[in-house]
Design a protein around this ligand. Structure first.
Ligand code: AHR
Length: 492
């Protein structure tokens, strides 16, 4: 039976912060090294050491913000090891991720250069777990102090006369786990102390992000909000979809129909997490001044056979396109509290945009969804009501269709729709109120196989194509959404 989707184009629900479309790049596996950084002497075409092909592809996504250097790596990273002449930089062991040598060739200067190339806002995550207050404080001074100071002078000696701007700064990462195995009371106190010395120099105003909860650790949110709310602008939240659980995640390809359903159900669970953490935050911050910074999310599977288990390299299929589309719709719909989200991770790690093999590069289905959704960035979210059939997953039920709608500054409306069902189509009647259905176009990404993906031999196997299967009548747009699909409709 045809289900209704009502979009009220004249009822705005606040801006969808473009930072919801943010990314995360850690010193992990082949994300930074090989993915972004190949060095100036590489045969792979590069600009000052950074790959040209990935920069060109990522610029097309309008990446608003990029989080670096970790993740777990952040709480082991000592920024002073990553500045000055590269040949003199300290070599260390990346103990979290594969035990490989980290030569520190990609450091603060290189990160800012990358952000310039991508035209993106840096989000730097500081070290609480194994760092000191002084080290964190001096990093901020190094980057942002304008004038004479020990750190600013050092920056100038390293070739950067003017300070950089730094907007987003995270005070530790996963401090309940790899960032120090702390209890929330202890971290709340450390957060208060460390952030004191994260100074605003001149007109540089830092948005301070406290390390937040793991998945459904609501007590962590409660304690952080109770003890440290006045000192933070954002509180992070991490949640990964592991179909078989953390210790038995399951493969990225070659999975069963049941595993497809479980993946969808675990993706939809993102909404419950946001709502429950947000309810706790409301108690201490009813004005919603403090943002949820969902700075790690994505579908995390077993590594590809034969690859380093510590490198977290996995394929990316149409299933991941759905994980991305549904998650982004959920973030959009919670734009009152969710002000940033950073998918893990940009290249060659977990749910990537891009996979590389030496000089070769492919775009993943997830990349294409980010590209199809980019019109939502900084657009006004629109009121939306949706009827949907349900999918039964074990003893749970999830909606078959996920949706979000927004209006851009030029008045054009974008509606993104996902069909989570692996086999059934969805007949929809989209009633667009308050805007003429004059100029409608669509793009869809879908596939026949549940694990359809791109390879270096067949890079365009899964990609968006034009969709014109609409019928319009008055304010209504009827369409059939194929199974396993993400559709983006634009009404000019
Ligand atoms: O993204 C991979 C890892 O997952 C990050 O380093 C860590 O923060 C999380 O546990």
């Amino acid at each position: 039976m045809t289900k209704k989707v009502i979009v009220n184009a004249d009822v705005g629900k606040g801006t969808i912060n473009k930072n919801i479309y943010g990314h995360f790049a850690e010193h992990l596996g082949r994300c930074i090294y090989e993915g972004f950084w190949v060095g100036e002497d590489s045969d792979i075409p590069n600009t000052n050491g950074i790959r040209n092909d990935v920069v060109e592809a990522l610029r097309n996504l309008n990446i608003p913000v990029l989080r670096w250097p970790g993740g777990c790596f952040a709480d082991e990273y000592h920024w002073k090891d990553g500045i000055g002449p590269r040949e003199n930089r300290k070599r260390m062991v990346n103990t979290h991720w594969g035990g490989v040598i980290e030569n520190n060739h990609f450091g603060t200067h290189e990160f800012y250069m990358l952000c310039d190339m991508l035209d993106t806002e840096p989000y730097i995550n500081g070290n609480v777990g194994s760092g000191t207050v002084q080290e964190m404080s001096e990093w901020v001074e190094y980057m942002t102090f304008n004038g004479e100071s020990p750190m600013a002078n050092w920056r100038k000696e390293n070739g950067k006369e003017e300070p950089w701007k730094l907007k987003y700064f995270g005070v530790g990462n996963e401090n309940w786990g790899c960032g120090g195995n702390m209890r929330p009371q202890y971290y709340a106190d450390l957060y208060r102390r460390f952030q004191t010395y994260v100074r605003d120099y001149g007109d540089n105003k830092i948005f301070r992000i406290a390390g937040g909860a793991n998945v459904d650790d609501y007590n962590w949110t409660e304690v952080l909000m109770r003890e440290a709310a006045p000192f933070m602008d954002g509180l992070s939240l991490h949640y990964y979809v592991h179909p078989g659980g953390f210790w038995n995640k399951g493969p990225a390809t070659g999975f069963s129909e049941d595993v497809w359903d479980i993946t969808m159900q675990k993706t939809v669970y993102t909404e419950e997490l946001i709502e429950k953490h947000s309810t706790i935050m409301d108690k201490y911050d009813p004005e919603k001044r403090i943002a949820i910074i969902f700075d790690e999310w994505g579908a995390w599977y077993d590594v590809e056979p034969g690859t380093n288990p510590g490198f977290l390299y996995q394929q990316n299929t149409i299933r991941d396109a759905l994980v991305a589309g549904v998650s982004l719709n959920i973030f959009n719909e919670h734009n009152d509290r969710v002000q940033m989200a950073n998918i893990a991770q940009t290249i060659n790690v977990i749910q990537s945009m891009i996979l590389t093999d030496k000089e070769k590069m492919i775009l993943t289905p997830t990349y294409h969804v980010f590209e199809m959704y980019k019109a939502h960035q900084d657009a006004e979210r629109l009121d939306l009501n949706i009827e949907s059939d349900s999918i039964k997953v074990g003893d749970k039920e999830i909606p078959q269709v996920s949706a979000s709608a927004s209006k851009a500054a030029d008045g054009s409306v974008t509606i993104t729709l996902c069909n989570l069902d692996k086999a059934k189509t969805a007949d929809l009647a989209v009633d667009l109120r308050g805007k003429d259905l004059a100029n409608v176009s669509g793009r869809i990404i879908t596939a026949n196989e549940m694990d359809a993906h791109n390879t270096f031999e067949n890079p365009d196997n899964v990609k968006p194509v034009a969709f014109d299967g609409f019928q319009t009548s008055g304010s209504e747009l009827t369409l059939t959404l194929p199974s396993k699909s993400v559709l983006s409709i634009t009404i000019k």
